[in-house]
Design a protein around this ligand. Structure first.
Ligand SMILES: Cc1cc2nc3c(=O)[nH]c(=O)nc-3n(C[C@H](O)[C@H](O)[C@H](O)COP(=O)(O)OP(=O)(O)OC[C@H]3O[C@@H](n4cnc5c(N)ncnc54)[C@H](O)[C@@H]3O)c2cc1C
Length: 411
């Protein structure tokens, strides 16, 4: 564990942020208003991992338990993101989302989402009976639906690049190609409180550190002295894309009612700001944390996953869902069949392979997938241990939330 509690920020302090994804950059942008900030990332450009491989949806906050960090930061983050995109001339398109209950069994789940969405003050929400679904999405069908007209699509990598520009404009630094391999804390006197060491031996001293390392967040946090759990278990989300002559099947976004046992939203159809329609993502266990295709295997990543007691418990409980997802991953027909249950005209011939992303899902030692955002404090270090969806939507609210804790709190 780490020593000495950090006191309030003084002007001369230098703050390091590990990770130039949207969360790290939003934190850095906020801190750069009052401190000397340096963001480091191992890649040679920003947004190379989750921020650059996601569905591009600015979530309106329908699903999250009222009172949770996700509920609060998603609501505030979406408002801030919409304003930011307007200010910076970035695309932000409110094409709306329809959440469809396909049969009687899914209606209670949809009603529960409606209840949560109302508690979360999601704007413009409307219950739609089956026959009226076509007035929102002409090619969709189901027993009932929830329409969220304010759910939007955005270009998260473009937002991340704009945030990096803001950090630089405020006098901060975004240092790319700096892969953190060591963190020493506890320095005193002339020694920096935190010393980062990069793979090439370069050292960087800072007074405080924020860890926003996504798929590597547990490893970076442990290097800084944090406890082992939760551990990141990587789940790949694969996408198909509708062929250009079939994109008329979807106006905005069409989602199924998610299985409440999992933090994933189920295979959905989403317009992108580039004009494509994507189908996906599924959720298959990735054999490498940065494994964007099924053939990529990283022995260390795999070993750390299976060695984690929490993962073994998770696997025992949910292996059937794992096998189902794997089947969908191997068979285009099975993948598309799940989306065709709410867009009946869709066939396997309508899609072509698109990209994939890998979710950094934190799993506790008891085998539960951490649902809410989780942030640890240890002396001069604040570590983001779980920032799954909707963290991209929420980033501009997560930034001030964490910055406040870094600058004001005694940990
Ligand atoms: C398939 C998929 C779909 C999603 N869809 C949505 C969506 O529609 N809407 C939404 O709001 N959210 C969505 N999300 C979630 C969202 O993308 C993430 O919550 C968000 O991008 C997390 O941002 P981050 O900055 O924490 O992580 P990341 O973007 O992963 O950034 C972490 C950074 O840390 C760096 N790093 C790691 N280790 C080191 C090291 N040792 N040294 C230096 N740098 C390091 C990495 O290079 C990386 O740039 C989705 C995620 C996935 C995977």
């Amino acid at each position: 564990m780490l020593p000495a509690a950090a006191g309030p920020l003084t002007v001369a302090e230098r703050i390091g942020v590990i990770g130039a994804g949207i969360v790290g950059l939003a934190v850095a942008r906020e801190l750069a208003r009052s401190a000397d900030v340096v963001v480091v990332d191992k890649e040679d450009e920003v947004a190379r991992h989750q921020t650059g491989h996601n569905s591009g949806v600015a979530h309106a906050g329908l699903y999250y338990p009222p009172g949770s960090l996700k509920a609060e930061l998603c609501r505030r983050g979406r408002e801030a993101l919409s304003a930011y995109c307007r200010e910076r001339g970035l695309p932000y398109v409110e094409c709306g989302k329809l959440l469809i209950a396909r049969d009687e069994r899914e209606v209670p789940g949809l009603r529960e989402i409606e209840r949560r969405a109302q508690a979360n003050r999601v704007p413009g929400l409307r219950w739609v009976e089956g026959p009226d679904i076509a007035s929102v999405e002409p090619y969709a069908s189901g027993l009932a639906a929830l329409h969220s007209p304010k759910t939007a699509i955005v270009d998260f990598p473009a937002v991340a690049r704009a945030l990096a520009d803001d950090v630089r404009a405020a006098g901060g630094e975004v240092r790319l190609g700096f892969e953190v391999t060591g963190i020493r804390t506890g320095g005193s006197g002339p020694a920096p409180a935190v010393l980062l060491r990069a793979a090439d031996g370069t050292e960087l001293g800072v007074d405080r550190l924020v860890v926003c390392a996504g798929l590597q967040s547990d490893r970076m946090s442990r290097l800084a002295g944090d406890e082992p759990g939760p551990t990141i278990v990587p789940f790949r989300g694969e996408y198909y894309r509708l062929r250009a002559d079939r994109t008329h099947l979807v106006r905005g976004m069409i989602y199924p009612v998610p299985d409440p046992r999992y933090p994933f939203l189920g295979v959905h159809l989403t317009r992108t700001v580039g004009g494509d329609v994507e189908v996906g993502p599924n959720a298959v266990l990735a054999l490498a944390r940065e494994g964007y295709d099924a053939g990529t295997v990283n022995a260390r990543d795999l070993w750390e996953t299976v060695r984690w007691r929490g993962f073994r418990r998770l696997a025992r409980r949910h292996w059937r869902a794992g096998v189902r997802e794997l089947h969908g991953s191997l068979s285009r027909r099975a993948f598309v069949a799940s989306a065709a249950t709410y867009v009946p005209g869709l066939t396997a011939a309508d899609v072509e392979r698109a990209g994939a992303g890998v979710r950094a899902q934190a799993v506790d030692v008891d085998g539960s997938m951490v649902d809410d955002f989780r942030i640890h404090h240890l002396g001069p270090v604040v570590a983001v241990r779980n920032a799954p969806s909707p963290a991209a939507t929420s980033a501009l609210a997560i930034g001030p939330y964490i910055a406040e804790r870094v600058t004001a709190s005694r940990s």
